[in-house]
Design a protein around this ligand. Structure first.
Ligand code: NAD
Length: 339
């Protein structure tokens, strides 16, 4: 029996999390869900978007399945996602972008995974205004790249490639300009690559990489990069396969792992019952893979892909003539799964 912390989240969160839980349970994997609050739901009950009880539960279970959270505006609340990342040292953000047959996108041959460093870089939060001279105000932001942090994420990318039989790791940087930060990241990458002779290694400058991603995405396999470049490139990759509604992400850390959809709480469609549950369901498949339930993970992915390929019982974002909603799509996936 696996113990997993479950956070339903805000907006469309509870409906897509319910859909994903019913799909996960249909695989027969035994899970004891430890339901906890975060986000607006937690603010309403505990006046805290991330109550200590929720943190304790993740600390105990070390695995968390989380719906999207609405970030409260104002009120001095800290960002839940950033706090979770820091508390559990979630250093690797892993996002597969694999084309779905049956979706109308410019490419049908995307099959790549971005591995983004999640704790350093320009997101270290060292930013302030400065006085340039008597009249001019300026601002500066400091990027932190450490050898240890770079080793940890690049090793993770190579191990991931090895485990998933992927053939190539592309390290993305801007070392021609950012000679220290990007330069160090690249140097560490070149060193680590020597330990993985069976995996091809290449490096690309981020601007050239962006152009190639939108012209020839099939040349990419595993992409590893620093925080800001990873943030942008992983959304770009999500766009290549049909958008955020289809993309799942894992946040892997030394103390816990957290699985979620990449999109937010979609307040504009929160009460309509039409949110696409795919990203959340695929986050569930990534979680099952992480806890060693490989068979169940593959079954879910196959069933999701079949339902999207058929294009009939899908949410309106995938087929504008569809009158089916979140629950119908989840039920169609479960029927495929148990057939
Ligand atoms: P969003 O991703 O919630 O929505 C952007 C657009 O995509 C909307 O039109 C929405 O209807 C659509 N959309 C998103 N998910 C969908 C789905 N599953 N099916 C169909 N359509 C979908 O982004 P936003 O509106 O900028 O953010 C809303 C809230 O979510 C904010 O408070 C933001 O801070 C939060 N957020 C949370 C997370 C997270 O918890 N990981 C991530 C991003 C945004």
């Amino acid at each position: 029996m696996h113990q997993i912390t479950l956070i339903p989240g805000d907006g469309i969160g509870p409906s897509i999390v319910d859909a994903a839980v019913s799909v996960i349970e249909a695989t027969g994997v035994k899970i004891q869900w430890d339901r906890q609050l975060a986000g607006m739901a937690a603010v309403e009950k505990h006046a805290d978007p991330l109550p200590e009880e929720t943190i304790e539960s993740i600390r105990r279970n070390r695995i968390c399945f989380k719906g999207p959270l609405t970030t409260p505006v104002g009120g001095g609340y800290r960002s839940v996602n950033v706090t979770l990342r820091q508390t559990f040292n979630l250093y690797a953000n892993v996002r597969p972008a694999i084309s779905f047959e049956g979706t109308s996108t410019p490419f049908q041959n995307v099959n790549l995974v971005t591995v983004r460093e999640n704790t350093e870089g320009l997101y270290a939060g060292i930013e302030h205004f400065i006085k340039v001279d008597a009249e001019k105000l300026g601002a500066e932001s400091i990027a932190i790249v450490t050898k240890k942090g770079s080793e940890r994420i690049i090793e993770y990318a190579f191990q991931y490639a090895r485990k998933t039989q992927r053939k190539k790791v592309t390290l993305v940087h801007k070392a021609n300009i950012l000679k220290c930060t990007s330069g160090l990241f690249l140097e560490v990458g070149r060193e680590i690559a020597k330990g993985y002779p069976e995996i091809e290694f290449e490096d690309k400058i981020v601007d050239a990489c962006s152009m190639q991603l939108v012209m020839k995405p099939d040349v990419f396999d595993v992409v590893v990069t620093t925080n800001l470049f990873g943030d942008i490139l992983s959304d770009l990759a999500a766009g290549l396969i049909g958008g955020l509604g289809l993309t799942a992400g894992a946040n892997i850390g030394t103390d816990a792992a957290l699985f979620e959809a990449v999109h937010g709480s979609a307040p504009d469609i929160a009460d309509l019952g039409i949110a696409n549950p795919t990203a959340m369901i695929l986050a569930g498949a990534m979680m099952l893979e992480h806890i060693g339930e490989l068979d169940a993970a593959r079954k879910i992915e196959r069933a999701v892909r079949k339902v999207i390929r058929d294009g009939r019982i899908v949410t309106p974002d995938l087929n504008k003539n569809s009158s089916y909603g979140t629950q119908h799509m989840a039920e169609a996936i479960i029927r495929e799964l148990i057939e």
